[in-house]
Design a protein around this ligand. Structure first.
Ligand code: ADP
Ligand code: MG
Length: 535
């Protein structure tokens, strides 16, 4: 097939003016009868790599896909373009299934979508051997690998399909490209000397932002209020949070809905459709919402909770800005969430799985805590190296300024010491800021020398300092014990003033609310206490 013929079909059927990066080369390999492994980021245009040759070829292309909704999406849009496509799944009655099988046998259906379970059925495989199959495409192929973040056992057995059809070219497609997953796909599918296509994983139109999570509800609502009805997805870690947040947003007048796996099927469909049609602006969801959502104008993806791996984060953020227009990915990051996740992973009974998950989560944590360009950290993870920073992420736009944080550190450390290393961050901050609270009074903590020595800074300022001290190993957060803060050996020289400590200037600085100081005498008392504590 000539390049001109391909371009013509591209324009006539799909209405696209040109190929995206990599598509043409993949199609050429398929037409030469070669196996291919296609690694392209989410939204990169993987489907076209098998759809176009399928439309132009004589036979049937079998597409294995993990979700019925994914299949239906593609089938529907192909049918609107006038392409004979069908999906075989158990939601159809026997007669409908029979009809589709007949059409496939005669090569009337150009693209047939099936689940991996179906593809592996003995009866179905024997039928396949009789049909004019020209290509087998395995979409979302990372599901094959235990190293992937979305392992599905049936996917792991798809090598059997290869054995049943040894002479048909296979194409595996995924947006996950760490080396282990890649090797696993090739091996488990028994791909024959596959051509490996890997396009850049960069999504230049997505701005990556990590915000310290300090008042998450307020941060979320403020952000969404500023979006003025743009489409977005908010991912969070539990079904309860999904429902709770969606409701709060609705109370704010946002057209928001929740989505998670426990909702009735009809409701999930309704939310998905409403979102695609722009009747719903914001979907608050668990990870159940996602794979293959083909909505081009998602302007933002917010992670209310930190995901477990960079792959998951990248797939989820990749749903933003598929139309190529500017979009944002915002991660609300709280290092103590990371502590909890780690302890949960550590409870995993399977040792190998535990190691894999810890490794993956460490990389995610490093991204959240990075002080260098987020895009570089991300691309690095996908084995794509650059030396230029992106100039567009939160770090590039607003590099953390270093300052001599010795005094701030001493204030925090001495405060932790004075309260007997038995309290968490919020309590320490209350003491530092000299908050008037009954709890402090009841504990006698307003008598402490450190009471009020940090009154000039905001709550979030001190939280940031405390977190940095945790990262730097001066403070230990005991997550087994209500997150109480304790000093480590490394804190001593700083406390004694023997070494200086450079810290990053806190990135968040909300309006400082100073404790009320009513008269001059109070002020002197406060000042006196502060000075004494500093000595
Ligand atoms: P992936 O499976 O890689 O995540 P899709 O195949 O779903 O991505 O494609 C993402 C979007 O890009 C779709 O809306 C698709 O129609 C569009 N697209 C794909 N190829 C092209 C092209 N050559 N020109 C314009 N748009 C394209
Ligand atoms: Mg896809």
């Amino acid at each position: 097939m000539t390049a001109a013929a391909l371009s013509k079909t591209l324009a006539d059927v799909f209405g696209y003016a040109s190929f995206r990066q990599g598509q043409e080369q993949v199609i050429a390999a398929v037409q030469a009868g070669q196996d291919a492994l296609v690694l392209m980021p989410t939204g990169g245009g993987k489907s076209l790599c098998y759809q176009l040759p399928a439309i132009m070829g004589d036979g049937v292309t079998l597409v294995v896909s993990p979700l019925i909704s994914l299949m239906q999406d593609q089938v529907e849009s192909l049918q609107t373009m006038g392409v004979a496509a069908a999906a075989l799944h158990n939601g159809l009655d026997t007669e409908q299934q029979h009809e589709i099988m007949q059409d496939a046998a005669q090569g009337i259906v150009k693209l047939l979508y099936v689940s991996p379970e179906r593809a592996l059925q003995g009866y179905f495989m024997r039928q396949l051997q009789q049909w004019p199959i020209t290509l087998i495409a395995i979409d979302e192929a990372h599901c094959i690998s235990q190293w992937g973040h979305d392992f599905r056992p049936e996917y792991g057995q798809l090598g059997q399909l290869r054995e049943a059809l040894p002479n048909i070219p296979f194409m595996a497609l995924t947006a996950t490209a760490d080396a282990a997953t890649e090797a696993d796909i090739v091996q488990r599918l028994h791909l024959h000397e596959p051509e490996i296509f890997k396009s850049s994983f960069d999504r230049p139109n997505i701005r990556y932002i990590v915000e310290e999570k300090y008042k998450p509800q307020k941060q979320l609502r403020d952000y969404i209020a500023k979006q003025k009805g743009a489409s977005g997805i908010v991912y969070c870690g539990s079904r309860k949070k999904v429902e709770d947040l969606a409701e709060r947003l609705r109370n704010d007048g946002i057209r928001a809905r929740g989505y998670h796996a426990r909702l009735p099927h009809e409701e999930r469909e309704e939310v998905l459709r409403g979102f695609v049609r722009d009747d719903i602006d914001v979907v608050v969801a668990t990870v159940a919402f996602g794979m293959g959502i083909n909505k081009p104008n998602v302007r933002f993806v917010i992670h209310f909770d930190v995901p477990r791996s960079i792959e998951a984060y990248y797939q989820e953020t990749g749903r933003a800005g598929r139309d190529g227009l500017p979009a944002e990915a915002v991660l609300l990051y709280d290092p103590s969430d990371a502590g909890w996740i780690r302890s949960m992973i550590n409870d995993h009974p399977d040792e190998q799985r535990r190691q894999v998950e810890l490794h993956k989560f460490s990389a995610m944590q490093a991204l959240g805590e990075a002080q260098t360009c987020r895009r570089l950290v991300l691309l690095n993870y996908f084995n794509e190296f650059r030396d230029k920073t992106c100039g567009n992420c939160d770090i590039c736009l607003d590099p953390p300024r270093q300052y001599d944080g010795t005094t701030d550190a001493q204030k925090v450390l001495s405060c932790i010491y004075r309260v007997g290393q038995r309290f968490g961050a919020n309590h320490i901050i209350d003491v530092l800021r000299g908050s008037q609270s009954q709890r402090l009074t009841a504990l006698g903590h307003e008598q402490l020398s450190t009471f009020g020595i940090g009154a000039e800074q905001s709550q979030s300022y001190w939280l940031s300092i405390i977190r940095q001290l945790i990262h730097r190993g001066l403070v230990l957060q005991n997550i087994q014990h209500y997150g109480t803060l304790q000093l480590t050996e490394a804190a001593r020289p700083v406390l004694r003033g023997e070494v200086a400590l450079q810290l990053a200037e806190p990135r968040i600085n909300l309006a400082v609310s100073k404790p009320k100081v009513t008269d001059r005498a109070d002020y002197d008392k406060l000042l006196f206490r502060r000075l004494r504590a500093l000595r």
